[in-house]
Design a protein around this ligand. Structure first.
Ligand code: PEP
Length: 250
């Protein structure tokens, strides 16, 4: 049985006061669950959130990192800087990074390798746009993205990678893929991991679904055999909506 992994991506939200209040509401409530949990605040709140999560089961993630360890990249944050703060996981390849910052799978691949080199975990995001889905290309897109992103990554390293399937048309739009549609693409991704590595690697791979996950739809999504968790945006910003998602099985 794969452990369910629920992650909250705060995006451009979270002053220090907001971050501290939310994390303080989450940690006691999550204590007794067997699921795995993560919050990904903005860089400016990472240190404070890490401090508050010490001794708890809540993991702390960054939303991105530079593909370089150091150098002339004004405004960027490196993996060693994140590691110094105690960050556990880095989210890479989010569709907003691809859409607004021109990130390619080649760049995402470089970032994955750098994060793994420093011993941190990765949540790697992929997913098709609305135009690609309407053209019947959803499966083709995630196969291509997964192959490019995992180039040169060893099977041993896969233990540190979670995949988040996030159809771009479902992110922040209120439109969720049906559990069946999502599961179908999760199967395609799992099959791709099997072809690239092995059945054991594919069976062990945690594949989250992301795209307008809410307390109302989480149970049906999590009931699907190939959906192993969720990457949650909007609904992760309030304990009132994030906790029922995290604790969907209680
Ligand atoms: C996301 O940011 O990864 C996401 C899935 O957002 P939302 O839940 O708001 O659709």
């Amino acid at each position: 049985m794969r452990q369910k992994f629920i992650a909250g991506n705060w995006k451009l939200w979270g002053t220090l006061d907001q971050a501290k209040a939310l994390v303080s509401a989450l940690t006691p409530a999550l204590k007794s669950s067997k699921n795995r949990f993560l919050v990904a605040p903005p860089y400016t709140a990472l240190s404070a959130v890490k401090e508050l999560t010490k001794g708890t089961s809540l993991l702390v993630g960054a939303q991105d990192c530079s593909n370089l360890e150091t150098g002339a990249r004004t405004g960027e944050i490196s993996v060693p800087m994140l590691k110094e703060l105690g960050v556990d996981v880095v989210i890479l390849g989010h569709s907003e990074r691809r859409q607004f910052h021109g990130e390619t799978d080649k760049l995402v691949n470089e970032k994955i390798k750098l994060v793994l080199k420093h011993g941190l975990e990765v949540i790697y995001c992929n997913g098709e746009t609305l135009a690609e889905r309407e053209a019947g290309k959803a499966a083709e897109v995630v196969i291509r993205q997964t192959k490019e992103a995992f180039a040169g990554i060893s099977e041993a390293d896969l233990k540190k990678i979670t995949i988040a399937y996030e159809p771009v048309w479902a992110i922040g739009t209120g439109k969720t893929a049906t559990p069946q549609d999502a599961n179908e693409i999760h199967q395609v991704i799992r099959q791709t991991v099997k072809e690239l590595y092995s059945k054991a690697a594919a069976d062990a791979m945690i594949i989250q679904y992301g795209g307008s996950v809410k307390p109302e739809n989480v149970k049906d999504l999590m009931a699907m055999p190939d959906i192993d968790g969720a990457l949650v945006g909007g609904a992760s910003l309030k304990a009132d909506t994030f906790l029922p998602i995290c604790l969907f099985d209680q």
